[in-house]
Write a protein that binds this ligand. Structure first.
Ligand code: PBG
Length: 326
């Protein structure tokens, strides 16, 4: 009778053995919670396509920041949502020290100090009337170099507000170098740059658009990456590292695990992944229908992203996952 000599099942026989041999272990410290701060709100407002996620008021933002610190999460990534009347062609509210994002950064810093890492999204799409990540040229395309000047100023404004890390997410060519130089020149050598190095122009960002009330005209395919391309992501990563990125990010996460793994092999700086709004919404929708075990799917997805090579994960479940992991 044939008999297996080698039995991998031995290492799976009970929870204690499985725990001992576990290769990937999540911890709250590697999770970053994205937060939306909406101008003019007095009460937090639910986002229907992101059940459980809200647009914060200044007060509720402080409260959740405090909870995040207590739960031990690694960082916060702040997005500002201006009133429609504050949006214009060039996204000037993003540069204004009293614009909603810079106000929010100051609030977060005064609430949490150095007890977690405060990051801010460095992009124009929340602030422009057309919803693009940069300013438009006469032909309607996004003007790369004109946008760079604005990003440089925006980075300095966010650093002045106290951001520990700025996260340029617009995918303009040269953005990391320009931002690094501007920060250094203004005396912010210690502010880090988390580069959204490989950001794909895919279809997983739908609910985010509702969260920031964006009215994107057209799409982002002229400046963000095409989903079929991997080598192009490595080229983008190489450039960002050469331009001074402190950390690089892949976005979205679960549909791009191969990209995360390849980037991890490529660089010696921390690799982050962004589990985006569409990834979150799919799980929440299936769970609401009783089709999947919500908590297990959340932890499995985060574990997979880490196993692929992400050392840091941005996820709307950060707070809840941190509590599950305790
Ligand atoms: C750009 C930015 C976006 C996200 C993070 N930074 C929007 C976009 O690129 O369309 C998306 C995150 C998500 O979908 O959860 N400011």
């Amino acid at each position: 009778m044939p008999f297996p000599d080698i039995r991998p099942r031995r290492l799976r026989r009970n929870p204690a053995m499985r725990r001992l041999v576990e290769e990937t272990r999540l911890s709250p410290a590697e999770l970053v919670l994205p937060l939306f701060l909406k101008e003019g709100l007095t009460e937090p407002r639910p986002i229907s396509s992101l059940p459980g996620v809200v647009q914060h008021s200044r007060e509720s933002l402080r409260k959740v920041a405090h909870e995040a610190v207590s739960a031990g999460i690694g960082g916060l990534m702040l997005f500002g949502v201006p009133e429609n009347s504050s949006k214009d062609e060039t996204g000037s509210a993003g540069l204004d020290p009293d614009g909603i994002l810079n106000v929010g950064i100051r609030d977060l810093i005064s609430e949490v100090g150095d007890s977690t890492v405060v990051m801010s999204d460095l992009c124009l799409d929340e602030f422009t009337s057309h919803g693009h990540c940069g300013v438009l040229a006469a032909d309607g395309s996004v003007d790369n170099d004109a946008t760079l000047d604005i990003y440089a100023e925006m980075a300095v404004a966010q650093a002045a507000a106290g951001a520990h890390v700025v996260g340029p997410s617009g995918m303009m060519d040269g953005q990391i170098g320009v931002i690094r130089k501007a920060l250094d020149r203004a005396g912010y050598q210690d502010v880090s740059v988390l580069a959204y190095a490989a950001k794909y122009a895919g279809a997983f960002y739908g609910p985010f658009r509702e969260a920031v009330e964006s009215t994107l005209q057209g799409d982002r395919r002229q400046y963000q990456q095409d989903p079929p391309n991997l080598r192009e992501a490595l080229r983008e990563v190489d450039l960002d590292v050469a331009e001074g990125a402190d950390m690089v990010m892949v976005k979205p996460a679960l549909p791009y695990l191969d990209v995360i793994a390849a980037v991890r092999e490529r660089v010696n700086i921390p690799v982050a992944a962004y589990q985006v709004s569409g990834e979150y919404a799919m799980v929440e929708a299936a769970a609401a229908n009783g089709w999947i075990d919500r908590e297990r799917v959340i932890l499995e997805s985060l574990t997979s992203i880490k196993r692929a090579g992400a050392q840091i994960t941005l996820t709307y479940w950060a707070l809840e996952a941190a509590r599950m992991l305790r």
